[in-house]
Design a protein around this ligand. Structure first.
Ligand SMILES: [Zn+2]
Length: 137
């Protein structure tokens, strides 16, 4: 599934999509601060205790044998949430994807996903509205 960077995803207008790439759509490329990449790897290893994510992703930017990954990650933005596929680290490392600067800042500032600080930041930056939306489905 392709979603343009910084566009609301379908579930909730308080959730902004980053890194939903597809070979059919051009994407920004360039160097990324290694600290951002390393922090993303760390965030992707953690589980959201209170909201299970789902989503199978297959990279179609790879010429052959596109890698598979599973799961999405939510991090607090400034008044909204970002959602990105765990595949984002592959896109950055192998395909030189360059996420928006504001997103990279949010990554660096994101508390550990299992922490109370994260839960508070999640809820106060669109998470509450998002959880209400989910309950409607
Ligand atoms: Zn790939």
């Amino acid at each position: 599934m392709w979603i343009a960077d910084n566009k609301p995803e379908t579930v909730s207008p308080t959730v902004i999509a980053i890194g939903w790439l597809d070979i059919e759509h051009p994407y920004p490329t360039g160097p990324v601060d290694e600290a951002v990449y390393r922090k993303l790897i760390e965030l992707c290893k953690m589980n959201h205790g209170f909201y299970a994510t789902a989503g199978n992703h297959t990279c179609n930017l790879c010429q052959f044998d596109g890698v598979h990954d599973y799961g999405d990650v939510y991090i607090p933005g400034n008044g909204f949430l970002y959602i990105f596929p765990k595949m984002i680290t592959h896109y950055i490392n192998i395909h030189w994807y360059q996420p928006p600067h504001a997103f990279c800042q949010a990554v660096l500032q994101c508390p550990p996903i299992n922490s109370m600080e994260y839960k508070k930041a999640f809820l106060s930056n669109g998470g509450r509205e998002f959880m209400k939306q989910l309950n409607k489905i």
